[in-house]
Ligand binder design. Structure first.
Ligand code: ARG
Length: 594
């Protein structure tokens, strides 16, 4: 607040819905608070279907009811025409002036009239959680891209968002790596620092791979080393300084590598938000103690377990959540339980989100249920945003030709290379450097968009040709729409703020575009409430398509009159701002020229 241009603008849909709803209660007091079920429609601007169900419920005639509602609509300058149609729908047309006035109010606002949530809360979101000393793979792509978009979408609504990158930085495999480093202190040494985040990251990962291979070889062939490596684990867990120092060294190498990938992926991950499994180490004993004392967990064959009515293996025996192993070790579940206590108890979250592969759904179901039984988690407060698998063109989980999991960096490099081909073909006056620059924005945008435009739970096929296609539901299509609009302004629409003209009649393609622009705020509310970024991509694609139709049918710089030109430039400008804002929430760049 404080800034002048901060007014949320109700959509025409919302205001028409309110008018019909008021008329409905006036015509039929029993129907107060009934939903008029207003939808966009092909035959008019909106259609209200609510009278049908209502008449049925009250055993009346729907057409008669609809006619009464029309009679009860007070005179207003927003609804231009309303008629009863079919079995009892209302077809509603709004006035051109009302459309342009509403858009003018949006254009005057920095947030395009999009309101903040009425009751924002605090959300902790657990996403992009790669594992230390390992490569990031295509599964980490989805968690990173979806998580990043959800963060921006929620923040834009005014939610307080706390990011948690629950990286895999703890566990028995560190015993082997650290023991090897103790015995080969120069293993991670390197001469000069590489240039740039990406190269530095790749070099760090190469060193970690070498460390892993060498230590694995000794571990598998030398029993005495194996024993020393095992003894290293309790030393790590109890905080032995030498052991911890080497552990830090390994974690830091990994973070250097992760940051290289994030740089290429154009995603910001802040170090203070990287709070891995290790951060909860000191809380694990208390978690176990509390669960055992409250009876939520019970000892079974030495292990501390939580049982569930409906979770059974194929042979019918119950599959428990194991909180502590029989050898005293803690696993993944104990850490997640400690994290829940921290996030609800200390961070005061209202909502916990976990952007994690759907294949971990059972784990989270058991962890959430356990935390609820223990009284640490209010019912319904935690939700897994479970995502599907990325598939190869053969329809099977994406693998390299050699059958290995695909390294994320290789995949991103390939996407950028692919995009460079497309950009070069279209580029007219771009230098090679500019082409490479655009290629990164187009290629990474394509990968993100393809990931986000599929509904989260679905598997999808990774197909670069389709992803960077100029036709169809792709980010490149949207990026070109944006760049084309900006080029209009460079070529002659330089007026800083185009002036809208509510007195002008709108052509059909103008109305369709304008009504879509007006839906931006309503769409964002749904996208945030349902955690459904794919509904934002669908909205933006429709917007760009309607813009193309408008552009083909309505000359802008060569419009008949100066007023019409200004009005059309106004629509162009608002379209560009809406595309830009929408893409920004998805983490996708919109270059000014392509
Ligand atoms: N590190 C895990 C993996 O790569 C994902 C962690 C998910 N988050 C969590 N709180 N368990 O599969």
């Amino acid at each position: 607040n404080g800034s002048l241009s901060m007014a949320s603008v109700p959509s025409l849909a919302a205001s028409v819905r309110q008018r019909v709803s008021d008329a409905l209660s006036a015509a039929l007091p029993e129907a107060a608070s009934a939903d008029p079920l207003l939808r966009r429609s092909d035959r008019a601007d909106f259609q209200a279907n609510g009278m049908l169900a209502l008449a049925k419920q009250l055993k009346g005639n729907p057409r008669e009811l609809a006619t009464k509602v029309v009679g009860a609509l007070p005179e207003n300058d927003e609804i231009k025409d309303v008629e009863v149609s079919g079995p009892g729908f209302l077809n509603i047309t709004v006035s051109d002036a009302a459309i342009v006035r509403t858009l003018a109010a949006r254009a005057a606002d920095d947030r395009l009239g999009v309101p903040y949530a009425e009751h924002p809360g605090t959300t902790v979101i657990d996403y992009s959680q790669p594992n230390v000393a390992k490569e990031m793979h295509v599964g980490h792509l989805r968690s990173t891209v979806i998580g990043d978009a959800v963060v921006h979408i929620l923040e834009h609504r005014g939610e307080k968002v706390i990011r948690r990158h629950h990286i895999g930085d703890w566990g028995t495999n560190f015993g082997m790596l650290i023991q090897y480093l103790i015995e080969h202190p120069h293993e991670l040494d390197h001469e000069t620092d590489a240039q740039g985040a990406k190269d530095a990251g790749e070099a760090a990962m190469a060193r970690l791979n070498r460390l892993y291979k060498s230590s694995r070889a000794v571990f598998d062939s030398d029993e005495a080393f194996k024993a020393r490596a095992r003894d290293r684990v309790p030393a790590l867990q109890s905080g032995d300084p030498e052991t911890l120092a080497l552990w830090h060294k390994i974690v830091d190498e990994s973070k250097t590598y992760f940051q290289g990938v994030y740089a290429e992926l154009d995603v910001e991950v802040r170090d203070e938000d990287v709070v891995g499994e290790s951060a909860y180490n000191d809380d694990l004993h208390q978690v176990v103690k509390d669960l055992e004392e409250s009876g939520v967990a019970v000892r079974s064959e030495g292990a501390l377990c939580v049982f569930f009515e409906d979770v059974k293996g194929p042979d019918g025996t119950p599959t428990p959540l194991i909180v502590q192993k029989s050898n005293g070790g803690f696993g993944y579940a104990a850490t997640d339980l400690a994290a829940i206590r921290n996030r609800i108890g200390e961070l005061k979250a209202d909502t916990l989100l976990y952007v994690v592969d759907a294949r971990q759904a059972l784990h989270f179901r058991m962890v959430f249920e356990t935390a609820q039984r223990a009284g640490w988690l209010p019912e319904g407060a935690a939700k897994q945003l479970a995502f599907g698998t990325v598939l190869g063109k053969d329809g099977k989980p994406f693998k390299t030709r050699a059958g290995e999991t695909v390294r994320l960096v290789d995949l991103l490099d390939e996407a950028i290379e692919h995009a460079a081909g497309v950009v070069r073909e279209k580029a007219q006056d771009l230098t090679e450097e500019e082409i490479q620059d655009r290629a990164a924005q187009v290629g990474i945008g394509a990968v993100k968009y393809a990931d986000l435009s599929n509904s989260m739970t679905r598997d999808y096929v990774f197909d670069l040709d389709r992803m960077v296609s100029l036709q169809g539901d792709t980010s490149v299509y949207l990026q070109y729409a944006y760049a084309r609009i900006r080029s209009i302004f460079r070529r002659g629409g330089e007026a800083a703020k185009p002036v809208p003209h509510p007195e002008l009649e709108l052509a059909p393609a103008e109305r369709a575009l304008a009504l879509q622009l007006d839906e931006f705020g309503d769409t964002l509310a749904t996208v945030a409430e349902e955690y459904a970024p794919h509904k934002l991509t669908a909205y933006l694609y429709e917007l760009a398509s309607l813009y193309s139709r408008f552009f083909e049918n309505c000359p802008v710089l060569k419009a008949d009159t100066e007023e019409q030109k200004e009005n059309r430039l106004f629509l162009c400008d608002l379209t560009a701002r809406t595309l830009h804002q929408g893409m920004d929430l998805l983490g996708i760049r919109t270059p000014e020229r392509l």
